[in-house]
Design a protein around this ligand. Structure first.
Ligand code: PRX
Length: 656
């Protein structure tokens, strides 16, 4: 779908409905009645609803008096005159009753395990916070975190939060060039990284990537803190690089928190948009934390003895909200696993569930599809009886994968919470409350209490009728929303509020609603791809391709992929003569590697086609819709007579 496509109509007709068991309902934190009361409270007094929850659920050093300041809308401010600290909410307030409770259960790639109690986690966070202070890190400074998915990643986030520094995590799979861009955009002076780590038995040389990023730019960086983890040899630049364990060895296990205003930026997280440059999504402290905290409680029905496993890497927003801030602010036990689902075999996830007694399991459709393909024999080998709730996030889950998840992992009885949200929304927005409502395979169900969503047409008018689709919008501000794009507030206003004159937050997704008010997400309506649940802008990949000396022009589109959801297909026009045969194969291979170097391996195109030209309108616009049809091998039914160069379509088709 492109923004030029006016109507979005639904083709999916899923009629199955699954209700939670009577036992689940009886023990749930929220049942239908309590949920209805929350919705009613939010509807009758939006401000009072949020104000009451913020007071009840978070620890404040200075209570707020104003709940919402909308004087500079769409730059909303929540609880702005209150002061709090995210690390205090995640750690200190549990030290009394939960000091000896396990906060993190960790399993490494090779199977080594480790646990940290709330007391131990608090001590490690304080030591790193003191270490950071000794290096000059102060409130408001940006710190880049480029770590493997280990407890130290959580320690790094909370240590930054403790002293009021703003963290910006860069996923370990991003390349040196991407890391450099993010360092420069954030104006960071510190990087926290590791020597390396193992993933699926392969070494990821993180420190080397940091060195390359800093050799290419990133001049603002003064110090690099290196965690010894992979044990691989690294070079340490004198005066710049220092070991984590040496920095922490002399630090106190106590560190007074820096109380920050609720609007203080807790973190930046870069994500793709429909233009080339990734956006530094800026989240607040108080509002973000409240939303991560509440949604973890509501959607996952968190209880004292749960072992909660969100499989997302801390490098993505899901890892921020449901590995770190959401569950820890609730005093939960979190499972962290460093590796991949299929290493050393396809039973790894289920083995971890058995061994660590996981009770709530939250993963991405791409992992479910990959594991489903490998067969039922893998999960069958393990005791999954402790599981009581399953979740899905990152992209629409196709009903077939939902049913497999339900039958095979959920023993035909566990509720599945399909949670729709975005980096920008901070935490889940449209998702089931598992003890309060039935679910339908493929639907993320209804907006959560306090969230007001709608579906509108091109003119911004709410669509009517069951099957009518349109743009998914959020009609009222909410505390967890992004505050701005770092360094580019005009882009924030335009990208999220521009389309309908500041009336709504525009998510960039298409959706429709059924007769029960359930939402069905139909994918992005802009030039953003969703590959294995990760967002990639087509423009970003196009820019990476065009930065290769032999490429004149490139157009990137998505096509359906059985496991990844969407695959990347690139049409490339070469400078000079178009190579053929073995030369073409060699260039295609080189281009894939080039994109991996520019962005990261996740952005490597699955399919690259060399062509003599791209289909363009007479005004010079690339006809992406046509390219999408060609990439999918569909019959071309669109009118191509208005094209500037109709002959090119024939050539592109004949190459498929
Ligand atoms: O298209 C939607 C899809 O992922 C996009 C957000 O991507 P990102 O910011 O990387 O965050 C991913 C994790 C929250 C959305 O615009 N998406 C996410 N969850 C779902 C989904 N699409 C359908 N159903 C979901 N449950």
């Amino acid at each position: 779908m492109s923004s030029a496509d006016p109507g979005i109509s639904s083709v999916l007709a899923e009629t199955r409905v699954f209700s939670p068991s009577a036992e689940f309902v009886a023990n749930a934190r929220l049942n239908a009645e309590k949920l209805a009361a929350l919705h009613a409270a939010a509807a009758s007094d939006h401000i009072g609803f949020w104000g009451d929850l913020a007071k009840q659920e978070l620890a404040w050093q200075t209570p707020f008096r104003t709940v919402l300041d909308d004087s500079a809308a769409p730059n909303y401010r929540w609880f702005a005159d209150g002061r709090t600290n995210a690390s205090v909410n995640c750690l200190d307030r549990h030290l009394g009753a939960r000091g000896e409770k396990i906060a993190i259960r960790f399993e490494g790639d090779a199977g080594t395990t480790r646990t940290l109690t709330y007391k131990q986690l608090h001590a490690e966070v304080c030591k790193l916070a003191n270490g950071l202070k000794s290096l000059g890190v102060a409130k408001g400074d940006r710190v880049i975190v480029y770590l493997p998915h280990t407890p130290e990643a959580v320690i790094a986030l909370l240590a930054c939060a403790r002293i009021g520094a703003t963290h910006s995590v860069v996923f370990g799979g991003f390349s040196a060039a991407s890391l450099k861009d993010r360092i420069e955009d954030a104006g960071a002076k510190w990087v926290i990284t590791a020597d390396g780590n193992m993933r699926g038995g392969n070494l990821i040389d993180l420190k080397k990537t940091v060195d390359e990023a800093l050799a290419a730019g990133g001049k603002s960086i003064e110090k690099v803190i290196v965690l010894r983890h992979g044990g691989n040899a690294v070079s340490m630049a004198a005066g710049r690089d220092l070991w984590w364990h040496e920095l922490l060895s002399a630090q106190s296990e106590r560190c007074e928190p820096e109380w920050v205003e609720a609007e203080h930026p807790l973190f930046l997280l870069y994500t793709s948009g429909s233009t080339g440059k990734p956006k530094g999504i800026q989240h607040s402290t108080g509002g973000y934390l409240l939303w991560a905290h509440l949604t973890a409680q509501w959607i996952f029905d968190l209880k004292e003895d749960d072992v909660f496993w969100c499989t997302a890497d801390v490098g993505w927003v899901t890892g921020h909200s449901y590995v770190c801030y959401g569950p820890l602010s609730n005093g939960a036990t979190v499972m962290m696993y460093e590796g991949v689902p299929t290493y050393p075999d396809a039973g790894r996830f289920w083995k971890i569930c058995q061994q660590h007694g996981v009770t709530i399991f939250y993963t991405a459709p791409t992992a479910i599809r990959a594991l489903m393909k490998l067969g039922d024999d893998w999960p069958k080998q393990y005791d999954l009886s402790k599981l009581r709730l399953l979740g899905s996030v990152g992209e629409p889950i196709n009903p077939e994968a939902w049913m497999w998840y339900h039958r095979t992992i959920g023993q035909g009885k566990l509720p599945i919470v399909d949670t729709w949200w975005q980096t920008e929304t901070g935490a889940a927005m449209i998702a089931p409350i598992p003890g309060a409502m039935p679910t339908k395979p493929g639907s993320c169900t209804r907006p959560l209490p306090g969230i007001f969503a709608d579906i509108v047409d091109e003119s911004g008018t709410p669509v009517q009728g069951e099957e009518a689709g349109g743009y998914l919008v959020i009609t009222k501000p909410w505390p967890g929303m992004l505050r701005t794009i770092w360094g580019d507030n005009a882009r924030y206003q335009k990208a999220y509020y521009g389309q309908f004159d500041n009336r709504y937050y525009v998510a960039g997704d298409g959706a429709h609603r059924d007769k029960d008010g359930y939402y069905w997400i139909m994918g992005r309506v802009d030039d953003v791809l969703n590959v294995s649940g990760h967002r990639l802008g087509t423009m970003e990949i196009e820019s990476a391709l065009v930065s290769h000396p032999r490429v004149a022009e490139a157009a990137v589109v998505g096509k359906p992929h059985e496991i990844k959801g969407e695959a990347i297909c690139a049409f490339v026009i070469c400078k000079g003569q178009r190579p053929e045969g073995a030369d073409a194969d060699a260039l295609i291979k080189e281009l894939r590697e080039h994109v991996a170097k520019e962005i990261g391996a996740i952005a490597k195109p699955d399919d690259i086609r060399l062509a003599d030209g791209l289909p363009k309108t007479r005004s010079g616009k690339i006809m992406r819709r046509l390219l999408r049809s060609i990439a999918r091998g569909e019959e071309i039914t669109q009118d191509v007579s208005t094209l500037e160069n109709p002959a090119i379509v024939k050539q592109l088709i004949s190459k498929t």
